[in-house]
Design a protein around this ligand. Structure first.
Ligand SMILES: [Cu+2]
Length: 145
C-alpha cells in the first residue's frame, strides 16, 4: 500500500513537472521588468528613465517619477522587425506623447504637472490580431510628490 502510494506520488510529481516545464521560461521572462523603477533626480536636475519596448512588453512597465520635476525619457525598440510605439496621453498632467520606437534611442523631455497613475501603451495592431496593448504592451507612470 505504502509502496503503491509512493509510486503514484512519484508519477504525479513527474507528470506535474512535465506539464509545467514549458511554462517556466515564460514565468521567468514575465518577472523581468516587473519591478517598479523609481527615477532619481540626477546632478543635472533630470529624472532619467529608460524604457525598452519589444514584442510584447515594456521594460520597465512600472515607473515612478516626481511631480513638477523634468523627466528625460529614453525610448528604444528591442525588436528589430516589429514596429512599436509609446503612447502616453495624460492631458490633466500636461502630457500628450505618441512616438514610434526605434533601435536608436529617442529622447523626450517633459514634466508631469499632476500626481496620479497614468497608463502608457503601444497602439499597434496587425490585421485582425490582438492589439499589442492587449498582448501586454501597457505600463504605468506613477507621479508622486
Ligand atoms: Cu507594439
Amino acid at each position: 500500500m505504502t509502496l503503491h502510494r509512493g509510486i503514484t506520488m512519484k508519477r504525479l510529481s513527474f507528470l506535474l513537472l512535465v506539464l509545467f516545464m514549458p511554462l517556466l521560461p515564460s514565468l521567468c521572462l514575465s518577472e523581468e521588468g516587473k519591478a517598479p523603477f523609481a527615477a532619481a533626480i540626477g546632478p543635472d536636475g533630470l529624472q532619467h528613465v529608460e524604457v525598452a519596448g519589444g514584442s510584447y512588453y515594456f521594460k520597465p512597465e512600472r515607473i515612478i517619477v516626481r511631480v513638477n520635476a523634468p523627466v528625460e525619457l529614453k525610448l528604444r525598440n528591442e525588436s528589430s522587425v516589429t514596429p512599436h510605439d509609446f503612447i502616453l496621453k495624460a492631458p490633466e498632467a500636461g502630457i500628450d506623447i505618441s512616438v514610434t520606437l526605434r533601435g536608436e534611442p529617442t529622447v523626450l523631455y517633459f514634466t508631469m504637472k499632476k500626481t496620479g497613475v497614468y497608463t502608457f501603451y503601444c497602439g499597434r495592431r496587425f490585421l485582425f490580431f490582438k492589439s499589442h496593448r492587449n498582448r501586454g504592451m501597457e505600463g504605468t507612470i506613477e507621479v508622486v510628490e
